[in-house]
Design a protein around this ligand. Structure first.
Ligand code: SIN
Length: 489
């Protein structure tokens, strides 16, 4: 069955870019494949640099209208988009599973997670207030305004084809910005379906735009065009640095959600059953392909053996398979290069002394797609590549350590600082250790940190800015100060 036949609403299957309120083709196309079986899903039009320029011009026109649109009207249109997304959640999940691979139920969860950012931002649109400020000059009054930044370019990743778009688009739109989104070439179909639903929701032409194509052609236009005032990006630290350098030329604002190397810390006093369940949940979500995925599971010596027994039993039950099979707990990795990369990390770790307790090999031949076995490793050391780089695959790697001091030092010994997890029942430790961890988010006895109402983002080389909650909306506003003289005659 082809992808379009799987959809209840076939008009959600789009292969052109959407800007200025219309659908556009470019001269070339690129193929989108299903990583579970390597079959071709679609040829998507590449609009090239000229298409990107036209989209930015459309967004500039859109901004002129949207910045003056009443926040109450912005809320209404955002809520329409939110409702349409939820009414079409099954189809959106089908698109996500087809092009990205995660199990269909998890894909539906992503649609709900992603749409919550729209609901939250829609409600915030009418709560973007300035303040009156006390000024030292006689006969004057002062106040502040939060105004929309302008045209925003958003470059989004393949691991959350829906949620990483809505987490940027919704607050930007709520603040009064217009946006041009470039989805990852692996997952444009979900983005284009979101554009179709945005069109139906009634955003004025040019306010919401999605363009597809090659990053080398589209990127410089999206970052360098003078009309663009901000760039929102989720992806690797390497590309984030490149974007920051390019944005520096126009002194543009950036919001960067970059790579992570999350420590998952289990102290002697922790509830070990809950900690093992936490690793199984956080590590294997999206097949381990999330920036907040536990990368180094650091267990205090006294808890290590029983914790490993519990975790081994859980990982041994995790089944990899096609995301449309209801028995699959995790889907494939995004492509074969990702499988080869993860396999190399595991091989290096084993060569350096780590022991495979579960899995440890690609399942590509067995399952016919880009699959890697759910894996548990123990006994590696912190200098190995698997501990220093982001695994981005279904491999849980467990290390032992002595005490709080050593664990905090090990956890912070990385250029990254996105998410950390801490399992302990000692309230003093909760405070000491969560304060000591150089991370933007710390889940204490909690394996999932992200939500629509809370700040998501990292320290150090994991990024700049926050997505979610009031902080996410504020990122897309400029703070202006107004001073009025001559008040007292
Ligand atoms: C990400 O991997 O970039 C996002 C993960 C999340 O929102 O939980």
């Amino acid at each position: 069955m082809n992808l379009s036949d799987r959809l209840k609403d076939k008009t959600l299957f789009k292969t052109q870019s959407y800007f200025g309120g219309e659908w556009h083709s470019g001269a070339k196309t690129f193929a989108v494949d299903n990583p579970a079986n390597r079959s071709k899903l679609a040829d998507v039009s590449d609009v090239g640099a000229d298409g990107a320029k036209a989209a930015i011009a459309a967004a500039s026109e859109g901004f002129k209208i949207w910045r003056k649109t009443s926040p109450f009207e912005r809320t209404r249109i955002l809520i329409k988009w939110y409702n349409l997304i939820n009414e079409n959640a099954d189809d959106l999940a089908t698109l996500i599973t087809s092009e990205m691979g995660k199990p269909w139920a998890e894909a539906k969860g992503e649609v709900a997670y992603g749409s919550a950012f729209i609901e939250w931002s829609a409600q915030e649109a009418v709560r973007i207030h300035g303040e009156t400020v006390t000024v030292p000059f006689p006969g004057t009054r002062g106040w502040t305004l939060h105004q929309p930044v302008g045209v925003v370019s958003c470059i989004t990743p393949w691991n959350f084809p829906s949620a990483m778009i809505t987490r940027k688009a919704a607050p930007a739109l709520a603040a009064g910005c217009s946006i041009v989104i470039k989805p990852a070439p692996e997952t444009p179909l979900t983005a284009l379906a979101l554009a179709e639903l945005a069109h139906r929701a009634g955003f004025p032409a040019g306010v919401f735009n999605v363009i597809c194509g090659n990053a080398e052609d589209l990127g410089p236009v999206m970052i360098g065009s003078p009309e663009v005032r901000m760039i929102g990006f989720t992806g690797s630290t390497e590309v984030g640095k490149l974007i920051m350098r390019q944005a520096a030329d126009g002194v543009k604002r950036v919001a960067l959600e970059l790579g992570g190397n999350a420590p998952f810390i289990v102290m002697d006093d922790a509830d070990l059953e809950s900690a093992a369940a936490g690793v199984a949940q956080a590590k294997f979500r999206s097949g381990g392909q999330t920036c907040v995925s536990p990368n180094r599971i650091i267990v205090q010596n006294g808890a290590a053996d029983p914790f490993l027994e519990l975790l081994e039993a859980k990982i041994a039950k995790i089944k990899a398979g096609d995301g449309f099979d209801s028995g699959s707990d995790i889907g494939p990795l995004i492509h074969d290069e990702a499988v080869a990369r993860v396999d190399q990390l595991v091989k290096d770790a084993v060569a350096g002394g780590a022991r495979v307790r579960v899995g440890g090999q690609p399942l590509a031949d067995e399952l016919g797609g880009s699959f890697y076995a759910p894996t548990l490793l123990e006994g590696g050391n912190f200098d190995q590549a698997i501990a220093r780089s982001e695994i981005f695959g279904p491999v849980a790697s467990v290390y032992r350590a002595k005490d709080e001091k050593e664990i905090i030092e090990l956890a912070n010994d990385t250029p990254y600082g996105l998410a950390a997890y801490l399992y302990t029942r000692d309230i003093g430790r909760v405070h000491r250790m969560s304060e000591g961890l150089d991370y933007g988010m710390v889940g204490v006895n909690a394996p999932m940190v992200g939500s629509a109402s809370t700040p998501f983002g990292g320290m150090k080389e994991s990024g700049i800015g926050r997505e979610g909650g009031k902080w996410g909306v504020e990122e897309f506003t400029e703070l202006k100060y107004v001073l009025l003289a001559g008040v007292n005659s």
